[in-house]
Ligand binder design. Structure first.
Ligand code: F6R
Length: 637
């Protein structure tokens, strides 16, 4: 969570590059953003604001073209507010400069609030007497550090835990330490997880960073004129051909003389080399490619992901000798795990338990012999999943990760890792990754040669062709206050996934239930304003799902019934019964009904519920790529 970019440059202006990289990092958090740089007069300048990067960019442009809007009289504090109340911004000036100028060293940050409300004061960078820092993670002991700094006469602007970092460095500088030592001594005082980068106006040729439990990537630009420290390789896409990932406890220091020299040091301050890897991320990977948003692009790629998984996924891991499998994950990744429970138990005959990572990591574990622990994560950085896996690793258990970002902590620390082939997923809501994760689990269950996925692809094809119908339904349901998603068997995890997507994108309260469970409570919610979305592929549960649907209709609940043409002969009654809508997708030329098809069909309905959530968000005028309060990679508890 939170994105960091920092640049030390031989060129004279890093501001445009800082903003451009922050745009690429925005999916990591987007409630506020800011940059600090040391201008050509050696003055630290900071611009930060509530809102997305575009708000910051406007502010930076305004300041560069028009100069800083001066307050009526010089404020006693070194900061003042400009802009309207909705997008209030803080411009901090260490001195009285009319214009912000340019700079060859700078840091930038896009925030997902943890400690402290969303406010300009809590936005990063945090500054103190010419020091500026950006921080990703949590400083657990910030309260005691803050109290001791207050005793040393430091004043705090906001409530953020990160603010102590800048003040601690500044305190060490005041006590006579050099910048690098001041940084190092500060880090020694911190507990928690963090990636931190700092600059200092009296050392304008040095940039320094470190990481503990949060990712950090470094790289020298292809022309060797820029050195970057970032939270994420995406920030460096198209900028560096080669990048390195820092290891736990590493420091990186880059100094500018006639060239840019950087060194990596371990926690014990010993020089070390870290492998350079090719940075293959291209603009096509991280662009919208003509789509209106990333989410629509990524949903449309779901069939491609299936092809990629079938043709390129390395599924050399054999689960057959395990007696039980424990799958641990969060959110959508958890639902992919839950879906695979149905597959593995039925087709491989192995007992499966699926657990939420934040629960797994803190409970006493009774681990039966011959068990495999599978950790599913798109980002590979979700802190609960990572901590759960570390716990299993420490206990000496067999761990396997299913991860989309193969440079991530989970991928690197797992006993065995399988990389899903979803490609970059930038939309904050996970869509094509869900398909890739489910496919990975499917391919662990059924060997590639025996796997026929035509049924999934055919139905997805029909869903894409019928997406306008889903759009019409979205218009109809967009003002409802709550919804129920229902399914049985393999459709139950799809119902959960649909409800999660609906609430995170449209802010409509939505719950997923096994259809058979509705009469044990949820049916009390049903009235003419509560929509029920029924996931009803034609399978062994179909009759029962039909009965549950009738129960909803009998109570005047509007139902959106999603099924395929195989069910047509059985739904006439339903259609005559005031159904709000029924979408019948086509299965096409699938040769014969078999047990596997029945188990696979529900996966394709994930695309339908993804589209329904997407179109509902759009119908409400919401940003489908960046739903409120969320971030793509959840690196805090
Ligand atoms: C929902 C969503 C989240 C993630 C969850 C786990 O659309 O994206 O629920 O699935 O935060 O993230 P990863 O898979 O990165 O561990």
């Amino acid at each position: 969570m939170c994105g960091i970019i920092s640049i030390l440059s031989k060129k004279d202006d890093v501001i445009g590059d800082l903003i451009a990289s922050l745009r690429k990092l925005e999916y990591r958090g987007y409630d506020s953003a800011g940059i600090s740089y040391i201008d050509d007069n050696s003055v630290l300048q900071t611009i930060k604001t509530i809102g997305k990067i575009e708000v910051l960019e406007d502010l930076v442009t305004k300041n560069q073209t028009e100069g800083v809007v001066r307050p009526p009289s010089k404020p006693s504090e070194s900061e003042f507010l400009i802009g309207d109340t909705e997008h209030r911004s803080v411009v901090q000036q260490e001195t009285d400069y009319e214009e912000l100028g340019r700079g060859s060293i700078g840091i930038g940050h896009t925030r997902w609030a943890t400690h402290g409300k969303v406010s300009p004061q809590n936005a990063h960078p945090h500054t103190s007497n010419g020091v500026a820092i950006v921080h990703n993670g949590i400083i657990e002991n910030y309260r005691e550090l803050k109290n001791s700094l207050i005793r040393d006469n430091f004043e705090f602007d906001g409530e953020s835990d990160s603010e102590v970092i800048a003040k601690l460095i500044s305190n060490h500088l005041k006590n006579g330490l050099e910048f690098i030592d001041a940084f190092k001594n500060t880090i020694a005082q911190l507990s928690g997880t963090f990636a931190i980068v700092a600059i200092y106006d009296l050392a304008p040729n040095i940039i320094i960073g470190t990481k503990r439990g949060a990712p950090m990537t470094i790289g020298l630009s292809n022309d060797k004129l820029n050195f970057y420290i970032a939270s994420d390789a995406i920030a460096l896409s198209t900028l560096c051909d080669e990048i390195s990932y820092l290891e736990e406890g590493d420091y990186v220091i880059c100094e500018k003389s006639d060239q840019l020299n950087y060194r990596i040091l371990t926690e014990n301050w010993e020089s070390i080399e870290r492998d350079k890897v090719q940075n293959t991320i291209s603009m096509a990977d991280v662009g919208k490619n003509g789509f209106e948003d990333f989410m629509m692009k990524e949903i449309s790629e779901e069939p491609i992901v299936i092809d990629n998984m079938i043709t390129q996924f390395n599924c050399d891991f054999d689960i057959s000798h395990y007696r039980s499998i424990y799958i641990i994950a969060c959110g959508t990744s958890f639902y992919a795990g839950l879906l695979s429970k149905y597959w593995i138990e039925e087709m491989a005959g192995i007992h499966v338990d699926v657990e939420i990572a934040s629960e797994f990591r803190y409970r006493n574990l009774v681990s039966p012999k011959d068990s495999l622990y599978v950790f599913i994560s798109q980002s590979g950085e979700t802190i609960d999943t990572l901590a759960a896996m570390r716990k299993a690793n420490q206990l000496g258990l067999d761990t396997l990760s299913i991860v989309n970002v193969d440079s991530s902590s989970i991928a690197r620390e797992a006993g065995h890792n399988l990389k899903t082939l979803a490609g970059f997923e930038i939309g904050v809501a996970s869509t094509k990754s869900f398909i890739a994760q489910a496919m990975a689990m499917l391919m662990l269950t059924i060997k590639k040669n025996n796997l026929d996925v035509r049924i999934i692809k055919n139905i997805m094809h029909s869903i894409l062709l019928g997406k306008d119908k889903i759009k019409v339904i979205a218009e109809k349901i967009k003002d409802s206050k709550s919804m129920l998603y229902m399914g049985r068997g393999c459709s139950y995890p799809i119902a959960l996934e649909g409800a999660l997507k609906m609430k995170e994108l449209s802010y409509i309260s939505a719950e997923g239930y096994p259809s058979g469970e509705t009469k044990h409570g949820p049916i009390a919610m049903i009235d003419s304003n509560v929509y029920s979305i029924v996931i009803a592929p034609f399978d062994r549960y179909f009759d029962k799902t039909l009965s549950n649907t009738q129960e909803i209709l009998a109570r005047h609940g509007p139902v959106i019934f999603l099924t395929t043409d195989r069910a047509i002969p059985f739904i006439e009654d339903l259609e005559n019964n005031n159904l709000a809508d029924c979408i019948i997708f086509h299965e096409d030329a699938v040769p014969q009904e078999n047990q596997t098809d029945e188990l696979l069909r529900p996966l394709s309905f994930a695309m339908a519920v993804h589209l329904l959530a997407y179109y509902t968000a759009k119908a409400k005028g919401l940003d489908a790529d960046k739903p409120r309060n969320l971030a793509k990679s959840v690196t805090v508890e």
